[in-house]
Design a protein around this ligand. Sequence first.
Ligand SMILES: Nc1nc2c([nH]c(=O)n2[C@H]2C[C@H](O)[C@@H](COP(=O)(O)OP(=O)(O)OP(=O)(O)O)O2)c(=O)[nH]1
Length: 122
Amino acid sequence: MQIVVGVAVVRGEQVLAAYRPGPEGGWEFPGGKVEPGETEAQAGVRELREELDLEVEIGASLGPGVDISDKYRLHVYRATIVRGEPVRREHAELRWFAAAELVEADWLVPDRPFVRALRDQL
Ligand SMILES: Nc1nc2c([nH]c(=O)n2[C@H]2C[C@H](O)[C@@H](COP(=O)(O)OP(=O)(O)OP(=O)(O)O)O2)c(=O)[nH]1
């Protein structure tokens, strides 16, 4: 199984979501596939630099992994901003969601258990 890391950037009582464009699109946590030799936290930091030009510190896991397909499994971690403001480079849209709005949004299916866990923490 290859791990995809999603990073839930939390600021105050809001969390950053990114909209993946296309027919399989929906709200997701910025992130991507862990590369060989990398920890999941390192992958999260690298992906947020690449996708958002944002420096983050990875925190706690939001719970057990969820299968995306027979090849990929999603792990999601909380994170906080160390430096910068998110810059939209690859996604259709970036948005800060408050806890109350979070669960109503059109998230990719594998993300939904993490979204519920996060809502309960905000
Ligand atoms: N980044 C991210 N991907 C997710 C989430 N939920 C979910 O099902 N996915 C899926 C979508 C993609 O099929 C896969 C991640 O692929 P990706 O294209 O972002 O990975 P990557 O940045 O390493 O891209 P690549 O260079 O391998 O194409 O995981 C999520 O919350 N964040």
